[in-house]
Write a protein that binds this ligand. Structure first.
Ligand code: FPP
Length: 253
């Protein structure tokens, strides 16, 4: 572990400070396939355990007072995977959404699916409508699940929306600001992520939240997503809390 980049060893770091929590945590849930293969199991078994990890981490985020949690569950490129694997992930998504319909009001969690949902099954699209409606009643943790999502695709979609407004005369090109663009993204209304976590040893952004990550702090760990737990999240938050965020300015005295 000591040679792993961006990793802060446990002996160097203080305890988690509940006063300085990141408002928005985003996670690339990576390593399910490798976790399963290493155990001689089919890749789909990794996704099943990975979906349990997601439940566990969302519950923990709600308990410690995180306001926004965004997870990358399925990219626009993931359709290239074998049908059985795609079907398993969609099945887990459906199961999670149905479970959310039952529990989200009681748990005070809201749930949004971000991405091009038009390619999802009509059944899943219908459940997403239900979770959208239920989300209006809750005030706690807001969970965003990115499905059929890609950062560049999101920007293309936003540019098309703005171009349509310009061509209909509704929007003057000179009035396009960073806020106009942020408001045209799937993440409209969600603050930019403060902390982006990528498990599994990969050290890249992979088309996740490209616009939104401008000033995010990154945390990489070799732990595979199915093995990620509350303690790993604590370590990521502690690492975040040791950093000096200046947003291009200089540190205040
Ligand atoms: C990346 O690991 C993971 C995915 C492409 C799917 C993530 C899906 C889940 C965690 C479960 C379903 C989602 C919900 C919302 C319940 P990988 O398969 O690329 O792993 P590898 O790099 O080791 O092959």
């Amino acid at each position: 572990l000591p040679s792993f980049p961006f990793f802060t060893s446990k002996s160097q770091v203080p305890k988690l400070d509940p006063e300085k929590l990141p408002e928005h945590i985003a996670i690339i849930m990576d390593g399910n396939g490798r976790w399963a293969t290493a155990k001689g199991l089919p890749r789909t078994a990794g996704h099943k355990v990975g979906s349990e990890t997601f439940r566990k981490i969302a519950t923990y985020c709600n308990n410690i007072g995180i306001k926004h949690l965004t997870v990358y569950a399925f990219s626009t490129e993931n359709w290239k995977r074998p049908k059985e694997e795609v079907d398993t992930i969609m099945g887990l998504l459906k199961q999670y959404l149905l479970e959310a319909c039952e529990k989200m009001v009681k748990d005070n969690i809201s749930l949004k699916v971000l991405g091009d949902t038009s390619r999802l099954s009509p059944e899943i699209q219908e459940i997403i409508q239900r979770t959208d409606e239920l989300s209006l009643q809750t005030t706690g943790l807001k969970v965003n699940v990115c499905i059929n999502y890609g950062g560049r695709g999101e920007l293309v979609h936003a540019m098309q929306k703005l171009a349509q407004k310009v061509s209909s005369g509704e929007l003057d090109p000179e009035d396009i600001t960073e806020k106009t663009i942020s408001d045209a993204l799937y993440t409209a209304g969600v603050p930019d992520p403060d902390l982006i976590i990528r498990p599994s040893g990969e050290v890249r952004i992979s088309n996740f939240l490209l616009w939104q990550s401008a000033y995010a702090e990154f945390y990489f760990t070799p732990v595979l997503w199915p093995d990620f737990d509350e303690n790993e999240l604590d370590q990521a938050i502690i690492s975040y809390q040791t950093r000096s965020r200046r947003f291009g300015g200089i540190k205040k005295a």
